[in-house]
Write a protein that binds this ligand. Structure first.
Ligand code: COA
Ligand code: ZN
Length: 460
């Protein structure tokens, strides 16, 4: 099975109410998507706004330099000036959309079915004359009479489109119908490949996309965090994980999903709920005692796949739903051993706490001390160690910054790395005040874009 993703966070994603990306953000998102290995990036509709045009221009430069490797798609109406603008940016592919259902033909385009076919043929041909690959998007395809849809696809193909996107524009597809539609299209029209563009108005975008793959679609449209018009489209993280689980295919680098999700959360300002699949805070966080007991024995009991596959880790919380096995395990991890009688007492306290809340490690230690009367507090350490991950501006030499870092007192080790950060610095200092000073000094170095500090915790 040959299957790839087209991510449209920069086009459909920016059609989310309240969302607008800057040029720099567009470029950073495109780089992250390419690094994750999406087959195609729909980088925007260049005639919509100058910053979209500018973003695509820089993205194409990075493409030529080999920094971005995904195929870059520019969006366009069936309007010659739209096509020319996309073509002058030298995108790899122009995607021309046109509403083909009777509703769209009548209400928007005010043309007959026959006239629409001529418009589609003319504009696909016009784009092809500019030497680019062309995808035709049959907007509202799922509310289009099947025989006419076949004519539309044949027209686009004969005019030079090698791909046709079947857009479920208002999200009314149903999985079994999706599979059947793609099966019929691949059977009735050869010489063209199909994309599925599934809107999520009924929450069925992922299911419909999976069914479309079964029916023969070879590209699935996604956005990071499922952004898009109204309720959005198929979320990248959910479809990538589902394709891995159901078809055994790594359609992208799955361990890049948490970074992509948080990058797009930051730039879109749209925060995902904790129970969001795959990248949500709770996606691999367990709670009920029976579940945690199962997980401790074999994580497969309550996880469809190990979190590490998706660059995540598993954990569990302690609260009134906790059982003895979970509590014992948590305390042992904290280096605390108590007898069964004490364990029962601690658990009873947790369960009968009227505030009924989650206990963090420090609160749990306090509680155990209260119940057992023993002091468990670790002695204060005689120094602290931290790891600071540093990312540099793209126009500076990492090595220059590494040299400057080496001169800062307290920095004990340096490593240049590739990925989301450029340099890792290990720091050993007396206390937090000194640590903050060192971090401030690092941040003041010209060319240092951002830092992330993690303390090295040691059990004393
Ligand atoms: N092909 C050709 N023309 C289309 C079309 C298509 N697929 N879809 C809509 N149109 C036409 C409409 O018929 C209408 O034309 P008219 O002005 O001659 O009646 C026009 O495009 C849309 O109306 P409006 O938005 O008022 O036109 P505009 O000229 O002010 O702006 C855009 C056009 C595209 C620049 C503007 O709508 C925009 O910035 N849109 C954002 C991108 C977008 O809408 N994407 C949809 C992706 S599914
Ligand atoms: Zn859409």
């Amino acid at each position: 099975m040959r299957i790839g993703l087209l991510d449209s966070t920069l086009r459909e994603g920016e059609q989310t109410a309240g969302v607008s990306f800057t040029v720099e953000q567009r470029v950073e998102i495109a780089k992250a998507l390419s690094e994750a290995g999406v087959a195609m990036i729909e980088a925007g509709h260049p005639t919509v706004a100058p910053d979209i045009y500018e973003g695509i221009k820089i993205i194409m430069k990075l493409k030529r330099e080999g920094i971005i490797t995904s195929e870059i798609v520019g969006h366009s109406r069936a309007v010659k000036s739209d096509i020319e603008t996309a073509a002058e940016l030298e995108v790899d592919r122009i995607a021309i959309f046109y509403g083909v259902s009777d509703i769209h033909l009548k209400a928007k385009h005010k043309v007959s079915r026959e006239e629409a076919l001529n418009i589609i043929a003319e504009h696909v041909r016009f784009a092809k004359e500019h030497g680019v690959k062309v995808r035709f998007t049959a907007e509202d395809a799922t509310r289009t009479e099947y025989d006419y849809l076949v004519e539309v696809v044949k027209t686009a193909r004969d005019a030079g489109a090698d791909r046709v996107s079947i857009a479920d524009t208002v999200g009314i597809l149903y999985p079994s119908r999706a599979k059947e539609l793609f099966q019929k299209l691949t059977r009735d029209v050869s010489g063209v490949e199909y994309d599925i563009h599934a809107h999520n108005d009924l929450g069925l975008a992922v299911a419909n996309s999976l069914a479309a793959i079964e029916g023969g679609a070879t590209i699935v449209h996604t956005t990071v965090n499922g952004l898009g018009e109204r309720s959005g489209i198929t979320p990248l993280q959910q479809i990538a994980a589902a394709i891995k689980y159901h078809f055994g295919i790594d359609v992208i680098r799955l361990d890049k999903l948490p970074y992509l999700a948080s990058l797009v959360e930051k730039y879109s300002g749209i925060v995902m709920p904790p129970n969001y699949p795959i990248t949500g805070d709770n996606a691999f966080l367990h709670k009920a005692g029976v579940h945690v007991a199962g997980i401790l024995s074999d994580p497969r009991t309550y996880e469809f796949m190990p979190p590490e596959v998706f660059g995540r880790t598993r954990d569990y919380v302690i609260d009134k739903y906790t059982g003895k096995k979970a509590l014992k395990d948590r305390l042992e991890r904290l280096g605390i051993r108590i007898n069964d009688e004490e364990l029962d007492k601690v658990l009873l306290k947790i369960k009968s706490n009227p505030a009924s809340r989650t206990y963090n490690d420090a609160e749990l230690i306090d509680l155990v001390e209260e119940v057992t009367g023993r002091s468990l507090k670790p002695k204060p350490p005689d120094g602290i160690e931290a790891v600071v991950s540093i990312s540099c501006d793209s126009n500076v030499y990492t090595t220059t910054i590494t040299r400057k870092l080496a001169n800062i007192p307290g920095v004990t080790e340096l490593m240049e790395i590739s990925g989301d950060y450029d340099i890792i610095a290990k720091i050993k200092v007396k206390d937090v005040i000194e640590l903050n000073k060192v971090i401030e000094t690092i941040r003041s170095i010209k060319g240092v874009k951002s830092t992330l500090t993690s303390l090295i915790l040691k059990r004393l």
